[in-house]
Design a protein around this ligand. Structure first.
Ligand code: TRH
Length: 375
């Protein structure tokens, strides 16, 4: 009999919580043949990532995953063999009681946020004894061998490489989302939270000798984009040009298409957790807008990642990268550091691919979870 897995996702904000759990659920089904239920408390957010889903259905199957609405008035169900609470969401009390009462032991995991901080390795996989006698294990995704790894589908890099080697596939994809690549332009995607640094980057791109084509999926950064452009009410498909900068707003696309967008671009500005990891698998230089936390806890995470990522880059390229990422996340001017980054472009590009291959030599997160269960 197939092992059963329950994944619980409470959508806090944006798309990262559901983005990660939906990706994980699909992979556990497709690559490990498991029976997976994904409990989501906000089907509206799920439908943005999976438009063919029904936002009203209490229960439905999508890509082999049983999607269940996690209602406030919880209805009793038999717990699964493995239970994952994503990002410390709180399981229904009745479900926890049923886990404790279950004859066959349940593996209870808290899937934590992604961080490159050193302490992660020490805490990964540790149990915490609960008052009802059950143990809950902390599972930390991460970038190093001592962590739980990163979400990466088995064929992802092969698919990415084939796509990047095929200029027709790239062109067909870009056309499918309404984009005509401009000859000779640096193609850039921009997915970010509101950011006061944006104007300085757009200034630099517009003034550059090199033509840039900026693709902006609809979302929170549009406010700053519109302010810089001096226009309002921009929507998917809208195009503007300022100097050497061509800007196009894109619709919010499906996760698989978003991957292809990242693979198509020369440079990707990403945010949160999931798009950040996907940009690394694209093997292209990137800029991360980290999710802000209370007491600036996110800045330590940013520095921890930079410490790992910059290793192996020539010193001047390291400085350009670190300056750009710090300024972007502080909402400060990025024009100079962007220019510096362009000076080290060949190194940045080579390094992005190298980093991707290094991370891909570790077990992926889904595989690590399955091994943890089997062991
Ligand atoms: O949306 P995010 O900012 O999400 C999160 C949440 O805010 C969460 O609470 C927080 O803890 C976390 O960030 C750190 O960023 P993220 O994680 O990149 O999620 C975006 C998802 O949306 C990702 O799965 C990619 C997907 N996506 C599409 O499917 N289509 C698109 O067009 C775009 C731009 C993104």
């Amino acid at each position: 009999m197939k092992a059963t897995w329950d994944i619980f996702c409470s959508v806090v904000d944006n798309y990262g919580d559901i983005g990660v759990t939906w990706r994980l659920a699909r992979q556990l089904v497709a690559e490990h043949g498991l029976a997976v239920r994904l409990w989501v408390d906000d089907l509206g957010a799920f439908v943005r990532l999976c438009p063919q889903a029904d936002a009203q259905a209490q229960q439905q199957t999508q890509q082999g995953v049983e999607i269940c609405l996690w209602r406030a008035d919880w209805q009793a169900v038999e717990p699964a063999d493995v239970v994952i609470e994503a990002f410390a969401c709180e399981l229904p009390a009745a479900y926890i009681a049923a886990m404790a009462a279950r004859q066959q032991k349940v593996l209870w995991l808290n899937l934590e946020y992604l961080s490159a901080e050193e302490w992660v390795e020490g805490c990964h996989g540790l149990p915490s004894l609960q008052s009802n006698g059950l143990s809950k294990f902390f599972f930390f995704p991460g970038f190093t061998a001592g962590s739980g790894g990163l979400l990466r589908e088995r064929e992802l890099l092969a698919q990415r490489r084939a796509f990047q080697a095929d200029s027709v596939a790239r062109e067909v994809f870009l056309h499918s989302i309404g984009v005509t690549p401009l000859p000779g332009a640096l193609l850039i995607s921009l997915f970010a939270y509101e950011n006061a640094a944006l104007a300085s980057w757009l200034d630099a791109l517009a003034a550059d000798a090199q033509l840039s084509q900026l693709l902006v999926p609809e979302g929170r950064i549009l406010v700053d984009l519109q302010a810089w452009l001096g226009c309002t009410d921009m929507h998917a498909g809208d195009v503007q040009q300022r100097g050497q900068l061509h800007i196009q707003v894109l619709p919010f696309i499906q996760q698989d298409q978003y991957d292809q967008l990242l693979w198509s671009c020369d440079f990707n500005a990403v945010r949160g957790e999931d798009s950040f990891v996907r940009a690394q698998w694209a093997g292209r230089p990137l800029l991360w807008h980290i999710y802000q936390q209370a007491d600036n806890a996110h800045l330590e995470k940013l520095e921890a990642f930079l410490t790992l990522y910059k290793e192996g880059l020539p010193v001047s390229a390291q400085i350009a990268l670190v300056d750009l990422w710090r300024a972007w996340n502080a909402g400060e001017a990025v024009g100079d550091s962007w220019k510096q980054l362009l000076h080290s472009w060949p190194e940045q590009r080579k390094h992005a691919e190298h980093w991707c291959l290094q991370r891909a030599s570790q077990a992926d997160l889904a595989e690590a979870l399955v091994l943890f269960y089997l062991n």
